[in-house]
Design a protein. Structure first.
Length: 185
């Protein structure tokens, strides 16, 4: 995959373009670069989430997700290349099943709140949804593999579930529920 950078300030992007992994150049506001940037931002937030107290095993699972997201960025950076495969999506399905198993059913909408870790998981979820929209937009203009879209879709679901798990892990009674009957001013 591409050359490793030994020089960061290349000045080649001063004209508003950036290089892709296949050697071609594109504008910094292209759909491909937007999707790539959103995935990069998501990966940074997953890294921030890892700084919080987490249930046993979750740190390693989030680390694996970070590596997947880096691979996803690589796939987006090289048109026609594939790094995210069905087994990546299936691993997220397995994690969803694992973490959903002990959660009570949802009967109300929940707010993106609670513990700091749960709130960070919600930030990951919302950035992931943005990345998904960017990948869908890119797929409307260029041919891309379906697994990246599936992966971010599952990952946003997982981050929602993890927010619920993390609130309980922090000792909270449960989710922060939306109060639809509150007095509005």
């Amino acid at each position: 995959m591409g050359n490793r950078l030994s020089k960061i300030a290349t000045r080649t992007g001063d004209n508003g373009t950036t290089g892709l992994g296949d050697g071609s150049r594109t504008t910094k506001d292209s759909l491909r670069i937007q999707a790539l940037g959103d995935v990069d931002e998501l990966n940074s937030f997953v890294g921030l989430l890892q700084c919080e107290p987490l249930p046993d095993g979750l740190l390693d699972e989030l680390s694996a997700i970070q590596h997947d997201l880096f691979d996803l960025g690589g796939e987006l950076c090289i048109p026609g290349y594939q790094l995210i495969k069905d087994e990546h999506v299936e691993r997220l399905d397995d994690l969803l099943e694992k973490y959903n198993a002990d959660l009570p059913p949802l009967r109300d909408f929940i707010l993106p709140a609670g513990s700091r870790a749960a709130s960070l998981a919600h930030v990951c979820r919302t950035v992931c949804r943005r990345a998904e929209r960017a990948i869908v937009a890119l797929g409307s203009e260029e041919t891309i593999n379906e697994q990246p879209r599936q992966y971010v879709n599952r990952l946003s679901d997982l981050m929602f579930v993890l927010s619920r798990v993390l609130n309980r892990f922090a000792g909270r009674d449960g989710d922060v529920l939306w109060n639809h009957e509150r007095k509005r001013t």
